[in-house]
Write a protein that binds this ligand. Structure first.
Ligand SMILES: [Zn+2]
Ligand SMILES: [Zn+2]
Ligand SMILES: [Zn+2]
Ligand SMILES: [Zn+2]
Length: 423
């Protein structure tokens, strides 16, 4: 591979100073959009590799490495000439341009060049569609990168000229001209195309000044307030992870989901939810322990547990309120105490079982229950009347619904008969 050819020599100076000289405007701002030049420069190696591979495939005497230097020269000449003619040609072609973005325009030219270099074998065989071709092109790109055959800054110098040639709307390069060097120098420090480095810690992006806002609004290293409005400030690229892991505003299911509480809430509200809903969580837990137990019996059991814990074990203090004067509507406002300390369904079940061991077996009023349920079945009602059990009204309907579903799994024989009537 020929490494001696200087690429810059291949780049022809195509600045047209003549008109400006007449006006005395000889000092040009040379700044351009470095991002697009960089992006284009990166596309040159795959383009060159494609041309070299397709030009030598099936050839016993030549390989991509042996033709690369010549083909590179041809490619730069081709792109320079096409880009110089571009503005005049596009006027002739009218509105036929697929895209007027310099990157697209020049990429198309690179593709055109590569297809001009197809040898006979490439044209007539199935080579263009073979996977082997893609591999060979990638391999040769790597080979050129490793050997430093065509360095990025040299490719960028070529790309810069091509961009200036096709950018007839002056969107990607500065076209300002000045009478004196002083005027130019004054302009350059404020030119929208001057390069800037991102100041966000960890970011190494370089962009032109006019893109500062655009970059800042997407910079992955910028520290911004949490998208879920918790009080923290997070690096943009860490945001997704923060929001689904440690953010206190993350929406989570109730820790007692496993026993039937379907509530969801921001993470920081869990404690409040659990203390507000301790009684309903207790009922859910009892339904899990005593599958098939009636709503009424289990609610009584909740009262017994609360009483025992309150009176005997001294876990509840003066934070208990009586609502509507009924013990079943008692509310905890504190999360202190043994039962309220349970953080998940499993530990609450264990604690409840503990308390229940002191209470003795669950009393089930079978006879009463049967006649009552049979009456209901006769009325063709599968849902029990909704009784506000705790503060969260929407939850008590959920409690009753689950309760009536569970009651179809009654443990004793009478219960089974009953459920068949209900269904
Ligand atoms: Zn400028
Ligand atoms: Zn940045
Ligand atoms: Zn957050
Ligand atoms: Zn809950």
């Amino acid at each position: 591979m020929d490494l001696t050819t200087s690429d810059l020599e291949l780049v022809r100076e195509n600045e047209k100073f003549e008109d400006d000289k007449e006006k005395g405007l000889t000092f040009h701002c040379e700044l351009y959009d470095t991002e697009i030049a960089r992006k284009l420069a990166q596309s040159f190696l795959p383009g060159l590799s494609t041309a070299c591979v397709d030009n030598t495939t099936g050839d016993m005497f030549r390989n991509p490495g042996s033709v690369a230097a010549d083909i590179r020269k041809e490619m730069v000449d081709y792109l320079t000439q096409r880009s110089e003619r571009f503005v005049a040609e596009s006027v002739v072609l009218g509105g036929d341009l697929v895209s007027d973005h310099p990157y697209d325009i020049i990429s198309n030219m690179v593709d055109d060049f590569a297809s001009l270099k197809l040898n006979l074998f490439s044209r007539v065989s199935g080579w263009l569609l073979s996977e082997k071709r893609e591999d060979k092109i990638d391999d040769f790109v790597q080979e050129m990168e490793i050997s430093g055959f065509w360095l990025l800054d040299r490719r960028e110098a070529v790309a810069q000229i091509l961009v200036k040639n096709v950018d007839f709307k002056n969107i990607f390069h500065c076209d300002k001209k000045f009478n004196t060097a002083e005027e130019l120098a004054e302009h350059v420090v404020n030119c929208g195309f001057r390069t800037m480095n991102c100041t966000n810690e960890g970011c190494s992006t370089v962009f032109c000044a006019s893109h500062l806002e655009k970059h800042d609004s997407a910079c992955p290293f910028k520290i911004i307030p949490c998208e879920q409005q918790c009080s923290e400030n997070i690096m943009r690229r860490e945001m997704d992870r923060h929001c689904i892991t440690v953010c206190r505003m993350k929406i989570v299911s109730c820790p007692f989901y496993a026993v039937g509480c379907q509530s969801t809430m921001p993470h920081f509200r869990i404690q409040q939810h659990c203390s507000d809903n301790l009684l309903s969580h207790l009922l859910y837990t009892l339904k899990t322990i005593h599958k098939g137990g009636s709503e009424e019996d289990l609610k009584k059991r909740v009262d017994q547990i609360v009483e025992l814990v309150w009176l005997v074990m001294g876990e509840l203090h003066d934070e208990i309120h009586f609502d509507h004067g009924t013990p079943t509507a008692m509310q905890y406002t504190s999360s202190s105490g043994g039962l309220a300390d349970a953080r998940d369904a499993r530990s609450l079940i264990l604690k409840v079982k503990d308390v229940e061991a002191k209470l003795g077996p669950l009393e089930v009023k079978v006879a009463e229950k049967v006649s009552e349920e049979l009456n209901k079945a006769g009325e063709n009602s599968s849902e029990e009347p909704i009784e506000a059990f705790n503060k969260g009204g929407e939850q008590s309907s959920e409690v009753d619904k689950i309760g009536s579903e569970k009651s179809t799994e009654t443990i004793n024989k009478v219960g089974e008969e009953l459920s068949s009537i209900q269904v």
